[in-house]
Design a protein around this ligand. Structure first.
Ligand code: SF4
Length: 375
């Protein structure tokens, strides 16, 4: 099997279904010789011209310096004659209709579906990536469908999805497409949610949070060394992103994927919780999720339940109000309990809602307002 066949097989077989209502363009119909490829060249935002045909990308903290006919680190932004282009506008490689709980958002329209889309590429390189068959490849190397922003909003509407989720790979690198989709969605009263690592510059982030309705940040760890060695990235810009989102009032949730022996130390979790309380307050939900071996870290075991439960206990003892354990089917900590009186508010089993007792966003027992977007 040659490389392109392999990519086509894994992109479809990796659990990321393509929406059945939209025609598929096979990857082997595309090549750099094919003039149809140019239909995806779309002017990029957030870059500076440095002279001599060189540009500096200002979309993410990597700030790639890109010469003519070259691309940035993420592989989806290209310099052509000193002008910068995104190659993934309207070029969707994965789409599906998912429960919003799968993102996971637990305090945003519970029990609804999100039309979920992704393009190829990523500005990080996490060694545990579960979606590496799309995140670590260039757009011409994976299957895709052509889907305009209006198509996207229409599919969401036709399938009774009150929100679109930009997810699976890294939506920062398809910023222009995400932005246009969010505008198209708004015109149909469909909301937008972003599932991101938060490695983005402040200017594009400010534009985004003025438009979308909820953001989930994958906080990979709480040490710079982990970000550098495991993700080829940096922690501080992500912490800055969290603070900016929280200040904006856009709904925010955090996922912390726990890798055994790498980011699950109790003192690291304790430091993280202190930082969250000091900088974001107690009401931002945090999901400690179980790791399953994947991509370049197949040598690790899955996260022991005791590590997840310990992290959950530390977070609750520190005073964080909404702490969850993820990827452990049927665990009590999938449920939402009132932080004031402890009453069960939303019952969950996996991605299914088993009960929703919220009354106008309040606890029916003690009338405490529960933070979130409930309707
Ligand atoms: S978005 Fe891509 S091209 Fe731009 S700085 Fe980040 S990695 Fe580089």
């Amino acid at each position: 099997m040659h490389r392109r066949q392999f990519i086509m097989t894994t992109a479809i077989g990796g659990g990321l279904a393509l929406c059945p209502k939209i025609a598929l363009v096979r990857a082997d119909e595309m090549s750099s010789d094919n003039p149809a490829l140019s239909k995806y060249h779309y002017p990029a935002q957030f870059y500076e011209k440095l002279g001599n045909g060189i540009v500096e990308c200002r979309l993410c903290p990597r700030k790639c310096i890109v010469s003519d006919l070259e691309r940035g680190y993420c592989g989806v932004r290209e310099n052509i004659g000193g002008e910068y282009y995104t190659l993934v506008h309207s070029r969707v490689c994965s789409s599906n209709i998912d429960p919003i709980e799968k993102k996971p958002f637990f305090h945003f329209l519970p029990g609804t579906n999100a039309f979920s889309i992704a393009t190829a590429g990523c500005n990080m390189n996490c060694k545990f990536c579960q979606n590496w068959t799309i995140s670590q490849f260039r757009p011409e190397d994976v299957n895709h469908i052509a889907m305009t922003p209006d198509d996207c909003a229409r599919v969401a509407n036709d399938n009774n999805c009150p929100s679109i989720a930009y997810t699976y790979s890294e939506p920062t690198i398809f910023f222009e497409y995400m932005f246009d989709c969010a505008i198209a969605a708004k015109s149909r009263d469909i909301r937008s949610t972003v599932v991101t690592a938060g490695y983005i510059e402040k200017d594009p982030l400010l534009e985004l949070i003025g438009l979308v309705d909820a953001i989930k940040i994958d906080l990979k760890a709480f040490t710079e060394s982990y970000y550098k060695e495991i993700c080829n990235s940096a922690l501080q810009p992500v912490l800055d992103t969290l603070v900016t989102i929280k200040k904006s009032g856009t709904w925010l949730e955090i996922v912390y994927l726990m890798l055994p022996g790498l980011n699950d130390d109790e003192s690291e979790i304790s430091d993280l919780c202190d930082w969250l309380l000091d900088n974001l307050g107690p009401d931002v939900p945090i999901h400690f999720t179980r790791f399953h071996p994947s991509y370049l870290l197949q040598n690790l075991t899955m996260t022991p339940l005791v590590s997840l439960e310990r992290a959950h206990s530390v977070a609750r003892e520190k005073g964080l109000h909404y702490c969850y354990i993820g990827n452990v089917y049927g665990h009590d900590t999938e449920n939402t309990y009132c932080h004031h009186c402890g009453k069960l508010l939303i019952g969950r089993r996996g991605f299914q809602i088993t009960a929703n007792k919220l009354d106008g966003g309040k606890c029916p027992s003690c009338q405490t307002t529960i933070p979130g977007v409930w309707d």
